[in-house]
Ligand binder design. Sequence first.
Ligand code: SF4
Length: 362
Amino acid sequence: MAENLRFRNPELAHNIALKIKSLAQNAGKIKICHVCGTHEWTITHYGLRSLLPENVEVIAGPGCPVCIVPAAEIDEAVQLAQMGNVVTCFGDVLRVPGSKMSLLEAKAEGADVRIVYATSDAVEMAKHEPNKQFVFFAVGFETTAPSTAVEALGNPPKNLSFLVSHRLIPPAMELLLGLGDLQIDGFIAPGHVSAIIGLKPYELFPRIYRMPTVVAGFEPIDVLMSIYMIAKQHVEGRPILENEYPRVVKPDGNPRALEMMNKAFTVTGGNWRGIGRLPDSSLQLRESLAEYDARLKFNVHVEQGKDILLGCECHLVIIGKIKPNQCPMFLKACTPEKPVGACMVSSEGTCRVWAKNVAVQD
Ligand code: SF4
């Protein structure tokens, strides 16, 4: 119970859990979906599922920006590296499997692949080595897209280009509602994405789909509160959009970041690993920035990628249809040290979160 957990305020957590229990006692099954790797970490690390009544379930949707990068886009990065370019990326991306190899394996074969901690690091590297061509592999949701936009718009050196693989969260949430057998009763919307995009992009969920939707922060109390708020909406039959995280998320989000994203990118359809093609879910550089588009600059071409390796169930984990421990490879053939699927690679991947917190989860 809450007393045994590492909460700052176990009494408050316990009280919220009691309120959820009392609300849900005659409500039938309530299935709540979040779409954020950090929410999954909070829920798993603090054992929040163990505080919920049996009829309230929280599942993890496609909330890991690294896990959903399709193999074909890893293949593009590998191809760019094998052409002799220096490919820069965040550390989590390095081990994500492509159709034939990961960037780490390309590096082991001699390609120049370097980890950066910020997009600006790639800019600085390109400035310091003007005789080499640099590519920044831009992966992430709305949280990281603004920093790619800022650098792309900031007159970067001509020997730097961007392989853009940014994806947008609301279209993925909409997709989940089309999967009839998932039968979601409410969404916990991600706090950090919402700090950029604000509340408006979620308005359709209660209005069109009658889906309770609550933007939540990342403390265990935030997540428990959001579960309570969703359960209350569900029980009262009053789906609305609520903001549990007003200390960070403003209704209009971050207008400056949105303006930079809008200047740098157009929205287009894109493939998601394990999900397939989603309309209006992907960003690409605008024509005015075409000279910085690595795909155009180096005429990158890959065949259709192979997203899911034989036996891996990432396609089901990513959409919350199964839990990581329902994959036969979980902590057997697939471990954080030797990941098989993308969900075990990133610190935000559901399988990795469960693997790292297995004692809590049990
Ligand atoms: S445990 Fe490994 S193989 Fe199984 S779904 Fe997760 S990442 Fe894929």
